[in-house]
Design a protein around this ligand. Sequence first.
Ligand SMILES: *Cc1c(COP(=O)(O)O)cnc(C)c1O
Length: 375
Amino acid sequence: MDNAATTPVLKEAFDIMQEYFMVQYANPSSAYDFAQKAKTAVDTARKQAADLIGAEKDEIYFTSGGSEADNWAIKGAADLLRGKRNKIVTTPVEHHAVLNTVKFLEKHGFDVEYIPVNNKGVVDLHQAEKIIDNSTAIVSVMLANNETGAVQGVKEIAYMAHNKGALFHTDAVQAAGHIKIDVGDIKCDMLSASGHKFGAPKGIGFLYKKNGIEISNLIHGGSQENGLRAGTENVPYIAALGAACSFAVNNMEEEISKTKKLRDFFEDMVLNTIPDCVLNGPKEGRLCGTSNISFLGLSGAGIVSALSSKGICVSSQSACASKSGSLSYVLKAMDLNDSVIRGAVRFTVSGRNTKDELIYAAKTLEKIVKTLRSF
Ligand SMILES: *Cc1c(COP(=O)(O)O)cnc(C)c1O
């Protein structure tokens, strides 16, 4: 129940990948006929990724994942706007791939401002309007949050950014492959996605960059990815990513309804049977698999480890942040009280979970909470 941290590789993705490791292993840039199949695989995957988000094929740039796409979008845009526009606007609830990138740029002369979120973790559009101004180079606001599942008003914020002549980037890593995304509707200039959050392997993702928008290279070298991201293409992983995009496009509605039904079933069971627990984040306007619940008076980390010993995998905060042992900065930014922040556990359900698993998880959780509270 930690699908926001990662997902297993889909059979469709794994199957196509194998051929490009051992049989069709050519470098897609090579001139001989043998390379044609590898080249076509990359081309097909680019189209499949474009179709996932309503983009054109030549607007997709494969990267090593979501972190690289976030770094590239923000550093690449900032590099070209340095000295002309010196402000970067983001939110305090972004993934570290965005937060640490803007902190890096701050050390190198940019001003960074954060649009606050309300106590449901939703970005405040009135504050956004005030903070985004004519000195803003780039605005980066995530499409959906990895801890609360809160879906942000990115379309409105993109409009505000453009109104002031700024670029708009969205980290869509939690949303891509899970909810319908149309870059033409959002009107974002750039969007990041990561394969391993929706059934492709870890270490592959893409940056959507609208045609006409200019950013500088993060990786200099050969002419791959339209000369903007050098390095021999990871053909097997790119093919797998394409297959996962295709799977998501073809099965999205069914997956959403299945996942939401399971999540709601689990969430209702927990909230109705366990006393003193509260839901964090918005009830509506939330990713369909995410349920962030605080058990008052207890430590989320303690619950995570007790569940782990019963074979149940959940998080007390995002996987990338939990090593540091601190409390969730996302929930802190929502201005929740300390007991709520300390007691938070993130459950992220997928369509692969079964009802029986969720009953087992809810019952185990009830026992654990009762035991921990008896001390
Ligand atoms: C997982 C995640 C990332 C990082 O993606 P990687 O492919 O693991 O580098 C970035 N942003 C969000 C919101 C994520 O959930």
